[in-house]
Design a protein around this ligand. Structure first.
Ligand code: HEM
Length: 453
């Protein structure tokens, strides 16, 4: 699939239409046009097409990823506000992330002490990132004790992401209730809705439990997203606001969205970073050199160190570019008639900016097939980010979790690299293979780990 997109780009240029099932999608592939449209004229590109499966998955047009208009705007603003109140950009959010970083390092060290010389860093990262998103949304971390529960939710999130690319899913999107009467579609429908029910019940039970224990009359600061939302909902009702965008369906769908969008993306990026550190030992060496020079001990690395760790930042940036994890970006809908390079783009056209094309484009990243963190260092060795580095998308619908994801990537990368030296496993079958689903995941791998302290 990845190479096919590249071929089409070469053949048809920077602006062309691809067909997703029976749905035409206008795709943009060059940075100047993307910046001119999605960034400078954001409102025009801020819509989302309507997928009928959403009536089943999200009880209608709810959540953040696929909503539009006031419901989307108010809820996106609310989620960002809650994240900021939890201390994004300040120490509080950092503390939450560092709890998981420290726990991951301790768990791996325990495994090494216990005599294991090959460890699944991938699984450890997965659990840590899952714990962060869960503690933000539902108020508790998984840790090793709740690994089974984590695996259950993660399996569902993965299942959901994987379905989106399946032909039967796409065909049925025109009306699942109609298609379920046909062979093949009927068993697909049954399996799919069973999975959806499981996750709905999981999140709805948590919402119910939260509601029972919150003292709505108190002015206490909420500590997780569900609590913040329920308090806001209660306040609105008390103020007599009935036509509001903060009902229970919206809450359920938002937690689902934060989970789906926030877990696999962040966890995979970090897993890819480990793969590249084996594959490019000179990069790992330079990383250790910088950490020894700037940090020089096993102390926890924090945001205060970020400006001094130019190479760490460059490795994270190059990992995001090189792993190029989202083969096709989330679709947008054009909200009014517009023109791109003289081509008429009517209202309601489905369109997207192909982040994956830009990140592998030699016009912006010479020798794109090489893993070179140095491309993000200026002549004085200072880290910089060019506008073409857009793994989170750009414009009004750019990733809502960008701030959190950046914090996680930096803190995990810096601290893991400081504590460990990673090396190839003995079993190399499929090592580094790109498994394509909704995101591109590295094939499961173990690694040899040495303690650096
Ligand atoms: C390395 C990690 C991540 C990457 C690469 C990433 C990338 C993206 C991309 C490309 C989009 C689509 C932009 C568009 O529509 O054009 C997106 C949307 C979104 N992301 Fe992320 N993301 C990451 C982590 C997160 C995290 C941690 C969260 C939440 C906790 C999150 C929540 C969202 C949401 C809610 C949207 C939909 C925004 C909207 O439609 O208004 N993401 N992300």
């Amino acid at each position: 699939m990845e190479t096919q997109f590249q071929k089409w780009k070469k053949q048809y240029g920077d602006l062309h239409t691809i067909w997703f099932g029976d749905m035409p999608i206008v795709t943009l592939h060059d940075a100047p046009t993307i910046l001119e449209t999605f960034l400078k004229d954001g409102e025009t590109y801020a819509g989302r097409p309507y997928f009928k499966w959403d009536d089943i998955i999200r009880n209608g047009r709810n959540g953040v990823i696929f909503t539009e208009g006031e419901r989307w705007r108010e809820n996106r603003r609310f989620a960002l506000h809650v994240f900021r109140n939890f201390g994004l950009g300040k120490n509080l959010m950092q503390e939450r992330v560092l709890v998981e970083v420290t726990s991951l390092i301790t768990d791996i060290k325990d495994e090494i002490l216990g005599g294991k010389n090959e460890v699944s860093v991938q699984n450890a990262i997965d659990l840590a990132v899952g714990s962060i998103i869960n503690s933000l949304t539902l108020g508790y971390r998984y840790g090793k004790e709740k690994r089974e529960e984590f695996e259950k939710v993660k399996k569902f999130a993965q299942y959901m992401i994987a379905q989106v690319g399946k032909p039967v899913y796409r065909v049925m999107d025109n009306g699942p209730e109609f298609y379920k009467n046909f062979p093949i579609c009927n068993s697909y429908y049954k399996n799919f809705t069973t999975e959806v029910e499981k996750v709905k019940n999981y999140f709805l039970d948590h919402i119910k439990e939260h509601r029972k224990v919150i003292d709505f009359e108190s002015e206490e600061e909420p500590t997780d997203f569900v609590e913040a939302f329920l308090r806001h909902q209660y306040k609105q009702k008390a103020e007599g606001i009935t036509d509001n965008n903060f009902d229970d369906d919206q809450l359920y769908a938002t937690i689902l969205d934060l989970w789906i969008a926030g877990q696999e993306t962040t966890s995979n990026t970090l897993a890819w970073m480990c793969v590249y550190l084996f594959q490019y030992p000179q990069v790992q060496q330079k990383l250790h050199h910088e950490l020894d020079k700037v940090i020089g001990s096993d102390r926890i690395i924090t945001l205060d160190d970020k400006n001094s760790l130019n190479y760490v930042n460059a490795v994270v940036a190059e990992t995001q570019r090189f792993c190029n994890m989202i083969p096709i970006n989330v679709f947008h809908r054009v909200t009014k008639d517009t023109k791109i390079h003289g081509y008429q783009i009517p209202t309601d056209t489905t369109i997207t900016h192909q982040v994956s094309s830009v990140l592998m484009d030699e016009r912006y990243f010479p020798e794109p097939e090489k893993f070179k963190p140095e491309r993000f260092l200026d002549k004085n060795g200072k880290f910089f980010q060019p506008p073409e580095l857009m793994p989170f998308g750009i414009g009004k619908r750019a990733c809502l979790g960008e701030g959190l994801a950046r914090l996680e990537l930096y803190l995990f990368a810096a601290n893991m690299a400081n504590h460990f030296k990673l090396d190839y496993p003995s079993e190399m079958t499929d090592f580094g293979k790109r498994l394509i689903g909704g995101t591109i995941v590295p094939a499961p791998f173990l690694c040899k780990i040495q303690n650096r302290f």
